[in-house]
Design a protein around this ligand. Structure first.
Ligand SMILES: NC(=O)c1ccc[n+]([C@@H]2O[C@H](COP(=O)([O-])OP(=O)(O)OC[C@H]3O[C@@H](n4cnc5c(N)ncnc54)[C@H](O)[C@@H]3O)[C@@H](O)[C@H]2O)c1
Ligand SMILES: N[C@@H](CCO)C(=O)O
Length: 561
């Protein structure tokens, strides 16, 4: 079965500053981890199109305007959307999400008529489907298509909404247009009024025109109505949205999400990343206390002394809604996780050793608690391997995966001629390795992740001793000419008999796992019905791991009334 595709459009209103591209990448990642392939269509940032237009007026022929007068104007004006696509792809790359930029020409997106207001006529859906199969996420500029004589043409005002709706329609995929409002309201939210604002769950094309004219370009709305296409309008990071179609429901008042109080343990590579990203979302989250071993070290780095503590009791006393564990050792992390769940505090953990040791008993405790236990970042870094396990449990026959970023990175560097020691030092410098990196090289780290895959994907608890493993010291004896060496985690079987190991395997260069570069993580899931899914991401590092923690935080925020 092909992976379902979702088309997202990032409008001008959500691409105002460079930071907004980070938010857009997060939005894409959250959908990707939920099992979607993504086509992300970009608008230009802020007023980029106006800036380009002003340049054209200065340099171009007399009479150059949005209405026409210069045949080469589309070549210039398309650059805003193309720049946006490249920036978004870079933001995705930073968090380790797979991303491939495609231009209208590559995808055979064609249009006819007025070069400033052209009408879309075709898309090479076969090419786009292939790109999605190969890369999972395709980023493309909106607003531009290829017209007569292979020249660029533009789609008029709000053209990227139209691009997204057209592409979604051609693929038979759902579309979500992302704006700075989380749906269609009964009046423009910018208008001052003492009446409460109400959002539509479902809203008709006619009501969108009547109540929310500036929200979506009329050409895009006309296109959807003429083809009977339903689509959603929403806001990055917010679960609620409005579905545009034939009918309207009664709009309802929406309350803003409660600001969640966070107590955190650990402020290292991952903790430092989480701190910064949470600070960018001060409307949704607030860090109220952080437990570290040596506060002086963090005060020197500029963290506020008043928030730091060495005492776990202070974290409980801070009355948090969420406990984030980004420490390394099993204890006190595991006991604190249990105690927090007992108190009804949600837990987000990156601590794979604590989660694997807690095992089924910890999951049972969480199931009895009013709070949730989320630990997506504990395995695979930014690769959503545990999400896939949870989603597909009961259907999985075998998982093959690269689950340790440090060793994958080291194998790549050693293959290029670096020594084992230098490769390990570099992995540590880049923040991939554990505090004690023997855990990475001897397979202890990957074994904990294999235990989490077994637990969530197969419902089986394995002990570390049940996982046979090769250490990285065995590289020379395993390498074969013409092959690529990877240390592959493998889990297969069923609840009756599950077999798991971690082996250095000499793979053919065509093998999907062999194509993972550097700290990349790849995983192949084979299902009992013969289906196969592959997923990718970065297996380690500050930003990919932070993104995974942030996605768990957003899930909690969106689920909290
Ligand atoms: N670095 C990565 O790429 C990555 C990826 C996924 C998961 N993880 C996991 O995330 C966690 C943190 O990793 P990191 O790379 O940030 O490690 P790090 O060594 O950079 O940071 C660990 C932090 O935990 C603190 N800490 C440890 N024990 C503590 C205790 N008892 N009380 C208070 N603070 C304590 C340390 O002082 C430090 O601030 C680990 O469990 C790791 O396995 C790391
Ligand atoms: N040290 C771990 C961090 C991610 O869990 C790795 O290299 O994979």
């Amino acid at each position: 079965m092909p992976v379902p595709t979702l088309v997202l459009n990032f409008g001008h209103s959500v691409l105002r500053s460079l930071t907004d591209y980070t938010e857009a990448a997060s939005e894409i990642y959250r959908h990707y981890r939920n099992g979607w392939n993504i086509v992300a269509v970009t608008s230009a940032q802020g007023d980029q199109t106006d800036v380009l237009m002003a340049e054209a007026r200065r340099i171009g022929p007399e009479g150059t305007s949005e209405g026409g007068g210069a045949r080469n104007l589309p070549e210039l004006l398309q650059l805003g959307e193309r720049r946006s696509a490249a920036l978004l792809a870079l933001a995705l790359e930073r968090i380790g999400a797979p991303a491939f930029v495609r231009q209208a020409r590559d995808l055979g997106l064609t249009a006819d008529g007025d070069p400033m207001n052209a009408v879309l006529t075709g898309l090479n859906t076969g090419q786009l489907m292939q790109d999605l199969k190969d890369h999972d996420i395709v980023v493309m500029p909106g607003f531009v298509a290829i017209g007569e004589k292979d020249r660029a043409v533009l789609l008029g005002q709000g053209g990227s909404d139209l691009t997204a709706l057209y592409v979604a329609d051609q693929l038979g995929a759902p579309a979500l247009l992302l704006k700075d409002v989380d749906g269609v309201y009964d009046r423009d939210p910018r208008e001052a009024s003492d009446q409460p604002l109400r959002r539509y769950g479902r809203v008709s094309y006619a009501d969108v025109r009547r109540k929310a004219g500036p929200l979506i370009a009329s050409r895009a709305l006309d296109y959807a109505e003429s083809t009977g296409q339903r689509f959603r309008i929403g806001k990055p990071g917010v679960a609620g949205s409005s579905q545009v179609g034939d009918v309207s429901d009664k709009p309802v008042e929406i309350t803003s999400p409660k600001k969640l109080r966070i107590a955190m343990m650990g402020l290292g590579i991952v903790g430092g990343g989480v701190w910064r990203r949470v600070a960018e979302h001060s409307d949704r989250f607030e860090i109220v206390r952080v437990m570290v071993r040596s506060p002086e070290k963090y005060i020197d780095q500029g963290y506020p002394e008043a928030l730091l503590t060495t005492e776990s009791a202070d974290l409980f006393a801070a009355d948090p809604d969420i406990f984030i564990d980004v420490s390394g050792p099993i204890e006190p992390a595991l006991q604190m996780t249990r105690d927090m769940l007992d108190k009804g505090v949600h837990v987000v953990s990156a601590n794979k050793q604590a989660m694997a040791t807690g095992g089924q008993a910890l999951l049972d405790l969480a199931a009895q608690s009013t709070a949730q236990l989320l630990f997506s970042s504990a395995a695979g870094g930014g690769m959503p391997v545990l999400e896939m396990c949870i989603r597909e449990k009961g259907r999985i026959a075998r998982v093959e995966a690269l689950l340790n970023g440090t060793t994958n990175f080291m194998l790549g560097e050693m293959d290029k001629g670096m020594t084992y020691d230098d490769a390990l030092t570099l992995a540590q410098d880049r923040g991939y390795a554990e505090a004690d990196p023997t855990s990475d090289v001897d397979g202890h780290d990957a074994a904990a992740k294999i235990r989490l895959v077994s637990l969530l994907g197969f419902g089986v608890e394995l002990t570390p001793e049940q996982i046979e493993r090769d250490t990285l010291a065995q590289v020379d004896e395993k390498l074969k000419p013409g092959t690529i060496l990877k240390r592959v985690a493998r889990v297969s079987g069923d609840t009756g008999k599950l077999v798991a190991d971690l082996r250095l395997r000499a793979l053919s260069p065509n093998n999907f796992l062999a194509k993972a570069d550097g700290e990349d993580a790849h995983a192949v899931f084979d299902f009992t019905d013969g289906d196969r899914y592959v997923i990718r991401g970065k297996g380690a590092g500050r930003w990919p791991t932070t993104e995974s923690v942030m996605a768990d935080l957003y899930d909690l925020s969106n689920a909290t009334p």
